[in-house]
Ligand binder design. Structure first.
Ligand code: FDP
Length: 323
């Protein structure tokens, strides 16, 4: 089985980017260990870095954020980072080639129930005309990403990674400590009969989403002509992993539940990296009105409606928004 470096070298990935990805994965291995310790994490402490010792009582998402921030900034190839857990961006090396955004622990409400969670990351090119402490350098569309991935902390720890040459899936070999390539090319089936959405928000959705889901629920007798099944892991990383493995549509649409927060998921930490992975696996990703990766962000913490997965199903859902 192949390790990550030779695969990335074969894909022609820049050596600084390879070492950055490997550094991110070193932090994720540590997070994986902490997650696997569950309630014991605070008792047994860390296997990496002394400076996080003594902080083991902190919540896992805070620990994961600090671990990632520290190791990424230490690489010297990163000009700045932006994390879902930080109000502001954090400057690194002014000459760094890359910017990194990450959601340190996605689906963190699942930690308390020992269910799926993960780390999502995205790498953008640094911009020469902007200072390391300028948040505006991050406001690049998802199409500018040079790498994106997630590490899923489940029964096994898995990595989905793209550098624009397809989406590859790796599994953490805990005996040797590295990620091994277990799926050369993820391929999302074009058609599906499985959807993932938080149905409890149904009455708050826009009419287009109401109509689309209502038609799915009509099953074989309805306009879609087949019976659909539903899944909801409540951690985007888990739901997207299922989509990468066997297809499906995942949606977190706009709703009116909270007028101050019409969209839930974050563009830069969740939607863009997941869209890159899904598109590179043959799927599609949209807000219902536009391709997610075409959006030019106006704020690092911007939220966006997300509809992604099997291409034909996403296109069908988008068609309801264009009626
Ligand atoms: P969480 O709030 O637990 O971090 O990131 C937002 C997110 O999880 C996604 O991972 C997940 O898909 C969604 O929110 C779950 O939303 P609901 O609480 O509406 O189920």
């Amino acid at each position: 089985m192949r390790r990550i470096s030779p695969v990335l070298q074969q894909d022609g990935v820049d050596s600084d980017l390879i070492s950055l990805i490997k550094t991110i994965l070193a932090a994720c291995r540590e997070i994986s260990f902490r997650v696997s310790q569950g309630e014991l994490a605070g008792v047994l402490g860390s296997t990496l870095g002394e400076n996080i010792q003594g902080e083991t009582q902190k919540k896992l998402d805070i620990i994961a954020n600090e671990l990632l921030k520290e190791v990424i900034l230490e690489t010297g190839v990163v000009k700045a980072i932006s994390s879902e857990e930080e109000d502001d961006t954090v400057a690194g090396n002014p000459n760094g080639k890359y910017l990194v955004t990450f959601d340190p622990l996605d689906g963190s409400s699942n930690t308390d129930i020992n269910s799926l969670i993960g780390t999502i990351f995205s790498v953008l090119p640094a911009q020469a005309d902007k200072a390391a402490d300028d948040a505006a350098q991050f406001l690049q569309p998802g199409t500018a990403q040079v790498a994106a991935g997630y590490v899923l902390y489940g029964p096994s720890t898995m990595l989905a990674l793209t550098t624009g040459k397809g989406t590859r899936i790796y599994t953490l070999d805990k005996t040797y400590g590295g990620f091994l390539l277990t799926e050369e090319q993820a391929a999302i089936p074009k058609y599906t009969a499985e959807f993932a959405i938080n149905m409890s928000n149904q009455r708050y959705w826009q009419p287009a989403m109401q109509a689309y889901i209502a038609d799915l629920l009509k099953g074989k007798e309805g306009p879609r002509g087949k019976n659909y099944n539903m899944r909801w892991i409540a951690a985007m990383v888990g739901d997207v992993h299922r989509v990468l493995c066997r297809g499906g549509i995942f949606a977190y649409p706009r709703d009116t539940k909270d007028a101050t927060k019409p969209d839930k998921l974050r563009l830069m930490y969740e939607a863009n990296p997941m869209s890159f992975l899904v598109e590179q696996a043959g799927g599609a990703s949209s807000t219902g009105y536009e391709r997610i990766m075409d959006i030019v962000p106006t704020d690092i913490h911007q939220r966006v409606a997300v509809i992604l997965g099997s291409k034909h199903e996403v296109d069908s859902c988008v068609a309801y928004h264009q009626r």
